[in-house]
Design a protein around this ligand. Sequence first.
Ligand code: HEM
Length: 142
Amino acid sequence: MSTTDLPALNATLNAISAVLLLCGLWAIRGGRKALHRKFMIGALAASAIFLVTYLWYHALHGSTLFLREGPVRVVYFAILISHIILAAINLPLVVLTAYRAFIGDFERHKKIARVTWVMWMYVSVTGVLVYLMLYRWFPGKA
Ligand code: HEM
């Protein structure tokens, strides 16, 4: 595997997080707490690996330019900027939500879990979209 494969790996990890988040929600809606725990730990692992491979890629490679002009450029940057801002806000929220669950404080876990879940899902899905727009649908240059 080379550095050029990392964006596809990162997008795949985002997609895996999104699927595991859906599974985790489905599990807790059905009252299956142990299963919810497993799916959420899986989502945490996928996002933690993503964070490492994302930082690795950007340390080695820097940024890739989005070259397309017109409305698609506005859409791309709206998605990218909202993705970056919410990812930064979401990171401490995910840690706090998981922490509250791990110490067994489920009342307080529940208080922030929905917001964390929705934000995490948005960040994961837009992560895949940014990859598709930048590398697949409207390829830029290094
Ligand atoms: C950051 C990761 C996590 C997120 C985003 C998350 C999300 C959620 C959501 C959306 C709910 C439903 C809340 C509601 O009904 O309003 C929930 C409930 C619950 N979660 Fe998590 N969860 C996470 C991690 C965990 C972990 C690691 C555990 C176990 C150690 C866990 C245990 C529970 C339990 C037991 C409930 C049910 C609480 C109750 O109904 O009293 N969660 N979680």
